[in-house]
Ligand binder design. Structure first.
Ligand SMILES: Cc1cc2nc3c(=O)[nH]c(=O)nc-3n(C[C@H](O)[C@H](O)[C@H](O)COP(=O)(O)OP(=O)(O)OC[C@H]3O[C@@H](n4cnc5c(N)ncnc54)[C@H](O)[C@@H]3O)c2cc1C
Length: 289
């Protein structure tokens, strides 16, 4: 492996602490993490024929155990191109960068995603959304690697629903095309401030987390169900059900991924036992024992 790797000429790290990468500030070690800069680098990594897992900003993922799996971080695949009202952003582009660069060009439509600390690739997997919108609302097409080449798949061929998409675990998103609209960026920036104020007032933004842990069992809200059962503040080690927003589990200092998982399962068990509602994870849990 080491020989193959040195020939690749791609930035990588060994025995990498995912607690330094993921927004939960908790996670296992990765034997290898690679930072491809472009499509060509990505092809080289795929051709290693190793088991791999794509990671964007790690803001929706809990890494418990990785077994012989290399991680491919998309953070350095972050170019953006504009063509009229169309925007094509590479998979690792941060959502706020897409939004801000679009606003600089007088293009609106991405504002509702304000405050979601994810990348384009990660956001498409869960059809990330907030403030009444979802990323699929402004999506035109997604580019994937299939059989050694990049292909474009129209939005209509992919199923997007509340916090889920039909994109499969082994599919590799390289970039996505969005259609925005011309408008007044100053007005949009006022709206963005309101969205941010709302987040700051209703979410534990000062603590490491992965956002909402559970999908809302619509028309109910997971946070409300958890709060009504008196589970605010419930802790395992340094993992705690937030006192501000009960669908968040925060890391108070040094929570291990196992602490977080135990708490996730405790909450789910209690909700099922007391209400009959089966909460579904919004977060991804990687546990390759
Ligand atoms: C404070 C906070 C607030 C949040 N608020 C919201 C919110 O309001 N709404 C919301 O929807 N989410 C929210 N989230 C959750 C999270 O930010 C989103 O789900 C985000 O879109 C995840 O993006 P990511 O790049 O971090 O994904 P990661 O966690 O890195 O990855 C998520 C999944 O996507 C896959 N993936 C990533 N890139 C690719 C690629 N290029 N090709 C194939 N698969 C890929 C990964 O393998 C993984 O399965 C919040 C999180 C935090 C920490």
């Amino acid at each position: 492996m080491q020989d193959d790797i040195s020939k690749l000429n791609i930035e990588f790290y060994r025995n990498f602490e995912l607690s330094k990468y993921c927004t939960w500030r908790s996670g296992c070690l990765a034997d290898y993490i690679f930072y491809p800069k472009n499509l060509n680098d990505l092809y080289k990594l795929i051709n290693l024929k190793k088991k791999f897992y794509m990671v964007g900003n790690g803001s929706n993922t809990l890494f418990l155990n990785l077994k012989d799996t290399i991680l491919i971080s998309t953070k350095k695949m972050n170019s953006i191109e504009f063509d009229g009202e169309y925007v094509v952003a590479e998979c690792g582009t941060a959502l706020n960068v897409v939004m801000n660069k679009s606003l600089d060009k007088g293009l609106l439509g991405f504002e509702f995603l304000t405050g979601i600390p994810g990348t384009v690739g990660g956001a498409l997997i869960t059809n990330a959304g907030a403030n009444g919108g979802e990323i699929s609302d402004v999506l035109v097409s997604v580019f994937f690697i299939k059989n050694g080449k990049e292909i474009e798949v129209k939005k209509e061929e992919i199923e997007f629903k509340y916090r889920t998409s039909s994109i499969k675990r082994n599919e590799i998103i390289t970039k996505a095309k969005f259609l925005l609209r011309k408008g007044d960026p100053d007005k949009a920036r006022i709206q963005i401030k309101e969205y941010l104020n709302h987040r700051n007032n209703t979410q534990p933004v000062r603590w490491p987390s992965a956002g909402s842990v559970f999908k809302n069992p619509l028309p109910n809200y997971a946070g409300l169900i958890i709060e009504n059962l008196g589970l605010k503040g419930l802790s395992v080690g340094d993992a705690q059900v937030s006192n501000i927003h009960s669908n968040y589990i925060i890391n108070k200092n040094n929570a291990s991924p196992e602490n977080i998982l135990s708490l996730v399962n405790m909450v789910k068990d209690k909700v099922l036992k007391d209400t009959g509602i089966k909460l579904e994870n919004e977060i991804r849990i990687i546990d390759e024992k």
